[in-house]
Design a binder for this molecule. Structure first.
Ligand code: NAD
Length: 260
């Protein structure tokens, strides 16, 4: 299938082969998209470049999304390289490790600002910078987690950032709808990645997940990649402002029964 043939896609948030951004990049490649990728900083370059080269991706740009000038520079280079953009994926999150352990009320003001800036505002900052070159029929996609709606102890300030991110999805969907651009999020179940390793209760959650989730299976980056293809393809042309769960059905549970 070539669901994304003729589409130009930019994927932000590639760190390594475990990244959700990599699952999405691979799925986009399989569906015929022309792809560019972006990573946070120099230390990741030696991991990211070989991954990109393995799919013959030659637009590989460093961008710290807390810096408006870096976002603007990537938008300008993308305009030169691709002309217009059909798909922009934001697969980025960050909070201080200290803020992802212990009680939420211990969160510092600076830790709150940092987590909200990088994990939530950056999606809006990317939308703002790329808006002039988004093609009609295009779409933006971000990654979120169910902790935005329900308490997952120690997810703390990242949960608050995800709630802000999900609200941003709805406001951006409204604003960009007139331009024919859709905005959605995937709410993924637990996946073992670099970012997940920072959450102190993650290991337990990951282990227990298959005992209680309706489908009794963990989520893979390939599962998320396939859902991303759907949301960013013309198959989802009337779907915007939505949070799509890719979590083996975990979010529907009230009381859980542990099946040994
Ligand atoms: P990951 O560590 O592979 O990806 C996180 C990315 O954010 C990294 O590439 C990192 O470099 C990037 N990043 C951090 N600060 C940045 C900055 N200032 N500028 C640019 N990039 C920056 O982990 P992941 O699990 O693939 O995370 C991707 C997204 O998926 C995150 O938003 C995360 O919250 C979300 N998510 C993850 C899970 C999970 O269980 N892994 C579940 C649901 C949602």
């Amino acid at each position: 299938m070539n669901l994304l043939a003729g589409k130009n896609a930019l994927v932000f948030g590639l760190a390594n082969e475990r990244s959700i951004a990599w699952g999405i990049t691979k799925a986009f490649h399989q569906q015929g998209a022309k792809i560019g990728v972006s990573y946070a900083g120099e230390v990741l370059e030696r991991r990211v470049r070989p991954l990109a080269e393995s799919l013959e991706i030659d637009f590989v740009e460093q961008c710290d999304v807390s810096q408006d000038n870096q976002i603007q520079a990537v938008a300008e280079r993308a305009a030169e390289k691709f002309g217009e953009i059909d798909i922009l994926v934001h697969s980025i999150g960050f909070a201080n490790r200290d803020d992802l352990t212990g009680p939420y009320y211990q969160t510092s003001r600076s830790g709150f600002h940092l987590a909200l800036d990088i994990s939530a505002y950056s999606f809006t900052a990317l939308a703002k910078a790329f808006q002039p070159i988004l093609r009609q029929g295009g779409s933006l996609l971000t990654l979120t987690f169910h902790a935005s709606e329900r308490v997952y102890p120690t997810y703390n300030v990242m949960a608050i950032a995800k709630a802000a991110l999900e609200a941003s999805v709805r406001y951006l969907a409204y604003d960009l709808g007139g331009q024919g651009v859709r905005v959605n999020a995937i709410s993924a179940g637990p996946i073992r990645t670099l970012a997940a390793a920072g959450v102190s209760s993650f290991k337990t959650m990951y282990r227990e997940f298959t005992k209680v989730a309706p489908l009794r299976q963990n989520i893979t980056i390939e599962d998320v990649g396939n859902a991303a293809v759907f949301l960013c393809s013309d198959m989802a042309s009337k779907t915007t402002g939505q949070i799509l769960f890719v979590d083996s059905g975990f979010n529907i549970l009230g009381l859980t029964e542990i099946v040994e």
